[in-house]
Design a protein around this ligand. Structure first.
Ligand code: PGA
Length: 239
């Protein structure tokens, strides 16, 4: 696991966008795994500007998002589709047919999750997976537990995640209790992983990554078994 420490969030965000752009520019048809949350907003802003400046081309990029809340329509302002459309899709030359997010309102979630994984496999797998990390160590919505699930699946969110995400809703009661997420198997199969860690509330999970102990109680530690992970972290989160 390679780690680069930045003085602040703005520098981290520029470096994250440059990292992603450099990977996209290396390969004509690129499969990109993407996160939501507060952390990647700066990266998306920089990628949008780089796209407008001709520094990165999304014409042949296919995106696969990590997760989505169950029961929120795309038009809901807290759906992850809405977030992605606002922060990236509507700002760059991604083709609408190349955008993928698990559908949290599908009638048959089992069929939805299986089809999502099949599409990733059929496309040749993810070239790069960009990840944030929850204060509890979750990646996507793979929550701390005594076991982890490999494929895309539905999940009941922990209270700590509901509390952490309540800031985006009117109240914690409005945060959906369930979500659909890529599993750790999908994430681990990505050829390359870029993890972004920012802010003092991530200090404890970031420290656990340094300690080198792999446990499903801190899902992000699974990444210690992946051969190509780069962590971009700001000083506030670094110990
Ligand atoms: P954050 O969320 O970037 O808003 O802290 C990260 C996550 O929960 O994965």
């Amino acid at each position: 696991m390679k780690k680069v420490v930045f003085d602040n969030y703005e520098q981290l965000s520029v470096a994250a966008a440059e990292f992603v752009a450099a990977e996209i520019n290396k390969k004509p048809k690129f499969n990109l795994g993407l996160p939501t949350g507060g952390t990647p907003v700066g990266m998306y802003k920089n990628l949008s500007e780089m796209n407008k400046a001709g520094k990165v081309d999304f014409a042949d990029v296919t995106t696969f998002n990590l997760d989505e809340y169950l029961g929120l329509e795309r038009s809901h302002d807290q759906s992850y589709w809405y977030f992605m459309n606002k922060n990236l899709y509507s700002n760059v030359n991604l083709k609408p047919e190349n955008i993928n997010i698990p559908n949290g309102t599908a009638d048959d979630m089992d069929a939805e999750t299986k089809a999502y994984d099949k599409k990733i496999e059929d496309m040749g797998g993810l070239d790069l997976m960009v990840l944030g990390i929850g204060p509890n160590g979750h990646i996507g919505f793979n929550e701390p537990d005594s076991y982890l699930i490999a494929p895309t699946h539905t999940v009941t969110l922990t209270q700590s995640t509901i509390d952490a995400n309540a800031r985006f809703f009117d109240s914690a009661d409005d945060v959906p209790k369930m979500a659909v997420t890529m599993g750790v198997g999908n994430i681990m199969k990505a050829k390359k992983i870029l993890m972004l860690i920012s802010g003092a509330n991530k200090k404890a999970v970031a420290k656990a990554l340094n300690e080198g102990i792999v446990t499903p109680e801190n899902p992000a530690t699974m990444l210690l078994m992946h051969p190509d992970v780069t962590v971009l972290i700001d000083k506030d989160a670094d110990q």
